[in-house]
Write a new protein. Structure first.
Length: 930
């Protein structure tokens, strides 16, 4: 591809984008003569260059688009059909330019239908009927007939240079003869000079137009896009004229720089920063005064050079925002809605690399607001809103990051639809959803394949997008937060770093190794040895009590599986670095914060790219290489994102509702933190003398209602004391047993939010009540301990397939079934269950959760049956209601049972296996008789 064609493609890409944005702006402001003249010149310039380069198809298409734009310039009405026709032609030009850039040749094809559409609109604008399309081979006399003022604008200022010798216009010739036109070096030089002059003029006009768009009032105000009858904004012509002159003055100060050259400069500056850091490190331990002054000057100059190069890499987010007006216009037409687009902070600058990376996520979020958020005009009027909805996109610097907010004033997220879809997809059960906060439920929209659209359209409904938005933003070290108010709208907040090249970081040390922690995610660092900030161990997880907050915290050394240094003592001081990623706040403990410095971010090697805890590496001043921690990866390593959902899944008592006030028994059991239990789980509270507690085969027993009742300690270190002891009598499945505790503290009514899921047997999770951390006991765990050995079968072990996506219930049920003599194979999804059937079978029975992440339990049972599974299948549910029993029977399942109904579950399993064995015996007997 020759240099002239490359220059043309680069120029045309800018011009066609500018033309598209200005056409949409002109539809709002049809009286803006300067704007339509600018559009005309942009298209005219592209057409003229296409003619010179022999790009016949592009020239023909742009010629007819120019004719229609000319009608608008002469006063024709900019109807939606006219504007749509022009925009369609512009889109086709984009496609052709893209193909030309890929292949180096103009693609073949027929644009007669599009040309006919443009000509029909020209005829309508001129007051006539739609005319038939003229033959494409006709000479295009209009190519060389620009109006005098256009020539005056396009030509450079009068100078004796070769520009003056450039022909004002090329003679009109048939299109087929254009490629054969002989070109001398003089004419080529003249054309290049003319094109460059036109380029500068176009840039000036674009600058003037953009400035004029913003001149709505004496004070700056956001630019609004009104679609389909939305309010129009005033554009004083005097402001346009004055700012157009200013745009010309500034336009001449810009030059085009090859991106590779800029990247090369950036790499050199990065190396210079590393060298500067090394020199500082070398001189830090020397007392040579002669080096301090030159080094200080070098450091200052390096910083200034770095800032200058970074500014050269920075581009306004307006590059991304500029595509939104056209998109909103098209969406409004497709959805029959009226939508205003308001953009703020378009001049906020961001690294060019990040500009490209946020384009798709931002576009999807805006489409999501327009489609799902904004109501139809009729709906809005019924609820007292203006007919036109508003989508607001803003950008601003905030604490070393860029915050981009996308908000709408529509209906907000429909939490009932989200719940219904979550149940349908199997990502949560109805009981789990009841215990989740609205914010937790809203986060389901970021799950892959999740969509609440009632039907699939070209706008939405396929469930692809929101998960990609979160992944793409997290991949660049950013985060996504979501808030919604029913009836008032939703807001997405993207927080992203300013640049990926050079970033400030904390250099921390753990187990003798250093790591870089991006400063934009760090909230503060606090000491842990002074007694003010305490870390408590809650069911194997560390909790930091920081002022009035309770934060999950983990050791960086443990997260990275680093061996502790040999010389470390228990009294050694530790620091907690508090971080925030999106809505999650957490801490990591480190041995020391070594330094705070700017680091050059280098990507991870291919062989290490799978390590989610790291985002790259850098070289410190002493020449050592350190890994850069990824805040999102650290958050995931702590299990923070799963903790809330896990806790909701683990609490299966209908007496407990997250967010509701619940009556709780607050008590002490052992030396750990205090415990709580919903009062509805306790049948009686007994005060029992130690003399009445007996021991048999290692089990504590007491008389209760005329029979021996087993007792189990609520914690491993709870012991029977001399004198009176407190025992809770609980009966979760009809068989009572006692729970021995140390002492009751209080009976309270509090809002119980389980914040961290438990990974210790007997504990559901941890919560905060009145500023103190407490543990919620898991009654289900203690059932397996107290059941007598006589209930367990002594025959051959039957093999069971247990399919449940919740690890808590999967492990709990497996433990119970194994204790009763069954061999259990566990699976966490329908796919895993099907795989186990092929690799771990045969089975005597299967227990299938009705709500799995990839398939409904009933449907899975039917699929397994079709695959040849002949064993009985039992549906598992939180509670076996009549509806569930009917659905299980309809799916050909042997029955259904609640997950806490241990006795009924065991009875049903035994009955199903016995019935299956009897049927097999009958088949064998019949076969033998035959």
């Amino acid at each position: 591809m020759d240099e002239m064609l490359m220059e043309f493609l680069a120029e045309s890409a800018e011009q066609i984008e500018a033309a598209s944005a200005q056409i949409v702006a002109f539809e709002r402001n049809p009286d803006d003569a300067a704007l339509i003249s600018s559009i005309f010149r942009l298209v005219h310039t592209i057409k003229g260059t296409c003619g010179f380069l022999g790009l016949e198809r592009l020239q023909r298409l742009t010629h007819h688009a120019e004719s229609l734009i000319g009608c608008l310039r002469e006063g024709a009405t900019a109807t939606p059909d006219v504007v749509s026709a022009i925009l369609t032609a512009v889109d086709q030009v984009k496609v052709l330019l893209g193909d030309l850039e890929e292949t180096g040749q103009e693609p073949e094809g027929d644009d007669s239908e599009m040309i006919a559409l443009l000509e029909r609109q020209v005829a309508i604008c001129q007051g006539g009927e739609a005319a038939s399309a003229a033959p494409a081979e006709e000479p295009l006399a209009a190519v060389a007939e620009p109006e005098p003022e256009v020539v005056e604008e396009v030509m450079p200022e009068p100078e004796p240079e070769p520009v003056a010798s450039a022909p004002e216009e090329w003679p009109a010739e048939p299109v087929s003869e254009i490629p054969a036109r002989p070109a001398t070096q003089e004419t080529l030089d003249a054309l290049v000079a003319s094109l460059r002059a036109a380029k500068l003029d176009v840039r000036r006009e674009q600058s003037a137009s953009v400035k004029a768009e913003g001149a709505k009032a004496p004070e700056p105000a956001p630019a609004a896009l009104a679609v389909k009858g939305a309010p129009e904004a005033a554009h004083p012509s005097a402001a346009k004229a004055g700012e157009a002159s200013e745009g010309r003055a500034k336009g001449a100060d810009t030059i085009r720089i090859n991106l590779n050259t800029l990247e090369r400069i950036m790499n050199l500056v990065s190396e210079l920063v590393l060298t500067r850091n090394q020199l500082i490190e070398l001189t830090r331990h020397k007392e040579d005064e002669t080096l301090k002054s030159p080094l200080q000057r070098l450091s200052t100059m390096t910083t200034d050079l770095q800032d200058a190069v970074m500014r050269a890499r920075m581009q306004p987010v307006e590059r991304v925002f500029s595509n939104l007006p056209r998109m909103i216009r098209d969406l409004a037409n497709d959805l029959n809605k009226k939508i205003n687009l308001v953009t703020e902070g378009a001049d906020t600058e961001l690294d060019r690399q990040l500009i490209d990376l946020i384009r798709d996520p931002l576009t999807h979020l805006v489409r999501n607001c327009a489609d799902h958020g904004i109501e139809t005009p009729e709906e809005r009027l019924r609820v007292g809103k203006p007919a036109a909805g508003t989508v607001r996109v803003s950008a601003a610097h905030e604490a070393g990051q860029i915050t981009i907010e996308i908000a709408d004033d529509g209906r907000g997220l429909d939490i009932n639809k989200i719940k219904k879809k979550a149940i349908q997809l199997g990502v949560a059960s109805a009981q789990q959803l009841e215990r989740m906060s609205d914010e937790e439920i809203y986060r389901f929209i970021f799950a892959a394949g999740f969509s609440t659209a009632e039907k699939v359209t070209n706008v939405s409904g396929r469930g692809v997008g929101m998960d990609v938005v979160r992944e793409n933003i997290q991949a660049i070290g950013g985060s996504v937060a979501l808030t919604s108010t029913p009836g008032k709208g939703a807001k997405f907040a993207l927080k992203i770093p300013l640049t990926l090249a050079i970033a400030p970081a904390l250099i921390v040390e753990a187990s003798g190794q250093r790591f870089a922690l991006p400063q934009h995610s760090v909230v503060e660092a606090v000491g842990l040895n002074g007694g003010e900030h305490k870390i408590e161990l809650v069911q194997g997880s560390k909790i930091l009590q920081l002022r009035e907050a309770v934060l999950p915290i983990g050791s960086l050394a443990e997260l990275l599986h680093l061996a502790p240094p040999e010389n470390r003592t228990a009294e050694a001081e530790q620091l907690a670095v508090i971080m925030r990623v999106g809505a999650h706040a957490f801490g990591i403990t480190v041995d020391a914060v070594v330094d705070v410095q700017e680091i050059v971010v280098k990507p991870m090697g291919v062989s290490l790219s799978h390590l989610s805890s790291f985002s790259g590496h850098t070289i410190l001043g002493d020449g050592s290489v350190v890994l850069i921690l990824d805040p999102n990866g650290v958050c995931q390593a702590l299990g923070l994102e799963q903790s809330r959902e896990g806790s909701a899944a683990n609490v299966e008592s209908d007496a407990l509702r997250v967010g509701d006030r619940t009556r709780l028994v607050y008590f002490r059991a052992g030396t750990g933190v205090d415990k709580v239990l919903p009062l509805s789980n306790i049948a009686r509270i007994e005060t029992v003398s130690s003399e009445k507690i007996e021991f048999s085969n290692g089990m504590m027993l007491m008389q209760h209602q005329g029979r021996l009742m087993p007792i189990v300690a609520a914690a491993p270190d709870v012991m029977v004391r001399e004198g009176d002891n407190t025992v809770f009598v609980v009966s979760p499945d009809g068989e009572p047993f006692g729970l021995l505790i140390d002492a009751i503290v209080d009976i309270i009514e509090e809002k119980l939010d389980v914040e961290i899921a438990g990974d210790q047997p007997g504990i559901v999770g941890a919560a905060e009540i009145n500023g103190k951390v407490v543990e919620l006991l898991d009654i289900a765990h203690f059932i397996d301990i107290v059941r007598p050995q006589a209930e367990r079968p002594k025959d051959r072990k039957s093999r069971l397939l247990l399919i449940d996506d919740a690890a808590f219930f999967r492990d709990m049920l497996a433990s119970t079934l194994q204790a009763h003599g069954f061999e259990v194979v566990k699976a966490g999804s329908g796919a895993q269950g099907a795989s186990a059937l092929g690799h771990s079978g045969p089975f005597d029975a299967a227990l299938i959760d009705i709500e799995l992440p990839d398939v409904a339990g009933y449907e899975l049972a039917e699929r397994l049956r079709e695959a040849g599974a002949a064993f009985p299948m039992i549906a598992l549910a939180p509670y076996a209601t009549r509806e569930i029993l009917r659905a299980a029977a309809a799916a050909g399942m042997a029955g259904a049972v609640g997950k806490f109904q241990r006795t009924q579950m065991l009875d049903l399993i035994h009955a199903c296996i016995e019935q299956q064995n009897d049927m097999q015996d009958e088949v064998l007997f019949a076969g033998a008789a035959a």
